[in-house]
Design a protein around this ligand. Structure first.
Ligand code: PRP
Ligand code: GLN
Ligand code: MG
Length: 489
């Protein structure tokens, strides 16, 4: 899941973009970049690494302009090389730079179409560069540059691109553009602040970026909607596709987003607490006479849910694993070897909290099983009598194709396995998963703010539909073994 941000201010925005990216870092740790527009130049600085690695004082000083965009990347297409870091730039028409969160599922067909019909070469394997060229071509076919011609171009993108996408772009001499796929799979929020009596606007993947920059959260960008903020700070917005209710990716609430973010008007923190409450109630239903002594979260993301499970069970909550704050998120690391090694480097047990106790470990999700398998063993080594494991999400049994890099079903520990099989594989004494209906209810909340979700990795139902043969193609291109083979060629 990448993080994106776009700002139109009244003075240079590079500093704000940098600060915004640092709080979106949890969405992508592989590469980062900023593009700003001033005079006759779009300036782009990007590279592999964390935001703090990619930028230094010298590079920041070159990023002039009162409007710009930023990106931190977690690759789901192409390679992890620095040529596929974002934003991407294209010189015609006008000069455009674009940053994309999500994943297109018709990239191959689009790439051919862009080359044969639009006469544009896409120079990398990135789906985001394809998306940029589709947008550029669609804008090129419009008349004079105006908010309306940009909206028409976004309509063209929606007609041609299939998949999940939240996008920010800058058009030289004009302003910032933002849009969200027609299902609203990927998140995008709009904010405003006033400086010296003049309006400044920002869009970002998560509202936490708006918070720390002092922007008021106005609303989420609607599915299919286009946003244009011209360089003078005037906001234009209109539907660029038939209006429909958003079906946001439920995995954002389970794992990706920061708990202090609001997404599609739902507090991620509250959603996670409700997940804990529901799972606690399920445990009580199935085992009213349970013998759990203590509930221990697997940090970081499961903490909110674990605390509510403990409250619901009336059992102590203890921090039994200490996280090394200098190791990043393991799930979004590119290869299985690195992920597996990182769990042990990242988490260490406090034996005192485990010795002679029946512990309930809680994780937000179990995907490849990399974390839970090692953690269950660590709990036993630390002296636990029995080790139970609860997952605040249902079993992940299907690939994600809209911006989370789990393309291959056979890498998922629950794929083709019963819950008992997974329990045996992970080595725990009892494994309990959240039910999907409970998860969806937990996220939409008592006010039913979200009617339906993209829950495809849990139920195999893909809101865009999927062409026959697609899953096999991405499995061949993007499975861990395919990536490993590419690295060794
Ligand atoms: O079953 P797996 O394939 O191991 O994936 C699931 C685990 O990965 C994530 O943690 P991560 O370390 O990425 O981040 P966190 O510190 O935010 O929990 C998630 O929170 C689970 O703990
Ligand atoms: N996770 C994402 O949003 C990835 C964006 C884009 N598909 C890339 O691979 O760079
Ligand atoms: Mg985790």
């Amino acid at each position: 899941m990448c993080g994106i941000i776009g700002i139109v201010g009244q003075s240079d925005v590079a500093g704000q973009l940098y600060d915004g990216l640092t709080v979106l870092q949890h969405r992508g740790q592989d590469a980062a970049g900023i593009a700003t527009a001033a005079g006759s130049k779009i300036r782009v600085h990007k590279g592999n690494g964390l935001v703090s690695d990619v930028f230094d004082e010298a590079s920041m000083q070159l990023l002039h302009g009162n409007f710009g965009i930023g990106h931190c990347r977690y690759p789901t297409a192409g390679s992890a090389g620095c040529d596929e870091a974002q934003p991407f730039y294209v010189n015609s028409p006008y000069g455009i730079a674009l940053a994309h969160n999500g994943n297109l599922i018709n990239t191959d067909a689009l790439r051919r179409e862009v080359f044969e019909q639009d006469k544009r070469n896409v120079n990398t394997e990135s789906d985001s560069e394809v998306l940029l060229n589709v947008f550029a071509h669609e804008l090129d076919t419009q008349g004079e540059l105006s908010p309306e011609s940009v909206f028409k171009a976004i309509e063209g993108v929606h007609r041609r691109c299939v998949g999940g996408y939240a996008v920010t772009a800058v058009v030289l001499g004009f302003g910032m553009v933002a849009f969200r796929d027609t299902h609203g799979i990927r998140p995008l929020v709009l904010g405003k602040r006033v400086r010296d009596g003049r309006d400044e606007y920002a869009v970002a993947s998560e509202s936490v970026a708006l918070d720390i920059l002092g922007y008021e959260r106005l609303r989420d960008v609607r599915p299919g909607e286009g946003i244009v903020v011209t360089a003078d700070g005037t906001l234009h917005a209109r539907a660029c596709a038939e209006e429909r209710a958003a079906t946001p990716c439920i995995f954002e609430y389970v794992y990706f987003a920061r708990p202090d973010s609001m997404m599609d008007d739902v507090s991620v923190h509250k959603a996670r607490m409700r997940m804990g409450q529901k799972l606690g109630e399920k445990i009580l239903r199935l085992r009213p006479d349970h013998d759990i002594d203590v509930v221990i979260p697997i940090p970081d993301t499961s903490r909110d849910a674990a605390l509510e499970i403990a409250n619901t069970l009336g059992v102590k909550y203890r921090e039994g694993f200490i996280k090394n704050r200098y190791v990043g998120r393991t799930f979004i690391m590119p290869g299985q070897g690195e992920r597996a090694k990182s769990v042990r480097r990242k988490l260490n047990a406090i034996p005192l909290e485990f010795r002679n106790r029946n512990v309930l470990l809680v994780d937000d999700s179990i995907v490849r099983g990399t974390t839970s398998q090692q953690i269950v063993q660590m709990a036993r080594d630390a002296g636990a009598r029995k080790v139970y494991l609860a997952s605040a999400a249902p079993p992940v049994r299907h690939p994600n194709i809209y911006g989370i890099d789990m393309p291959s079903a056979d890498e998922l520990v629950a794929h083709g396995r019963t819950d008992d099989d997974v329990q045996a594989l992970l080595g725990c004494d009892w494994l309990i998963y959240q039910d999907l209906a409970d998860l969806e209810e937990a996220v939409s909340g008592p006010k039913h703010r979200i009617g339906a979700f993209d829950s495809s990795c849990f139920n195999g139902e893909y809101v865009t539909g999927v062409e026959p043969g697609y899953f096999e193609r991405i499995r061949q291109a993007r499975s861990d073994s395919a990536k490993q083979a590419r690295r060794t060629i």
